[in-house]
Design a protein around this ligand. Structure first.
Ligand SMILES: *Cc1c(COP(=O)(O)O)cnc(C)c1O
Length: 231
């Protein structure tokens, strides 16, 4: 049963993304669905894989290692994206496991990632997380410091920065935040925009999202609430 249900919800999610892209005059193939698998039970992960989903987002390094280390041996076509805050002491583990780090948000982390990439010989695409709402409790660089961080990441650290990511404030309409992120990325000439979650991915696609990160709208409610950010 789970397989059918999840395959159906994946199909309906894909068609909603496609419809949103078409309505915005965009190529649906330009929008990638990142299935946010944090805290989901194994049967749902397996059902998503069986239904053909290959791009997954996780927000904690250790949890992701437990869930994906063995699976990725068996499936070289998986793409794993870190979408949660990263502590510098976990940079090396993150670089070993993931394919993309979406949450570069400070110089110290940029330097640690550069060292980890040099040490492991792996070069991962990176996104800079922007705190578009300038919320004190939220990770991300504030908009006015984004360009400086981008220059540090690319010029000093040599990180392959491909784009920007944001998580808008929960209590505000997300469109302004998506527009701001798109504008910042445009000014820096960056092609990747990771924005939009279960409740607002269609709006994000309208504003140019290339990656939407969807958890509950695909997998159903998370069985256990996510623990506080660990990195
Ligand atoms: C959990 C999470 C998501 C997915 O949220 P849903 O509302 O379940 O779609 C997306 N992005 C980040 C950074 C997350 O931590």
């Amino acid at each position: 049963m789970t397989t059918i249900t999840l395959a159906e919800s994946l199909a309906s999610l894909r068609s909603r993304i496609e419809a949103a892209a078409r309505a915005a005059g965009r190529d649906p193939a330009a929008v990638t669905l990142v299935a946010v698998s944090k805290v989901q039970p194994d049967d749902r992960i397996e059902a998503a894989l069986a239904a053909g989903q290959r791009v997954f987002g996780e927000n904690r390094v250790q949890e992701a290692q437990a869930r994906w280390a063995a699976r990725r041996e068996a499936r070289p076509d998986l793409e794993l994206r870190l979408i949660g805050p990263l502590q510098t002491n976990k940079a090396k583990d993150a670089v070993r496991l993931f394919d993309v780090i979406e949450t570069v948000d400070r110089p110290k982390l940029a330097r640690s990632l550069a060292e980890a990439m040099a040490a492991t010989g792996r070069r991962l695409d990176c996104l800079i997380q922007v705190n578009t709402g300038e919320e004190p409790q939220k990770a991300g660089v504030v908009p006015r410091e984004t360009e400086d961080l981008y220059r540090l990441c690319t010029e000093e650290c040599g990180l392959p920065v491909r784009g920007l990511m944001c998580i808008p404030p929960v209590d505000e309409p997300p469109a302004l935040h998506f527009a701001l992120l798109a504008d910042l990325a445009g000014k820096l000439g960056l092609p990747v925009l990771s924005m939009g979650m279960s409740d607002d991915f269609e709006v994000a696609v309208r504003y140019g999202a290339t990656h939407v990160r969807v958890g509950t709208a695909l997998f159903g409610a998370r069985v256990v609430p996510p623990r506080p950010a660990e990195g």
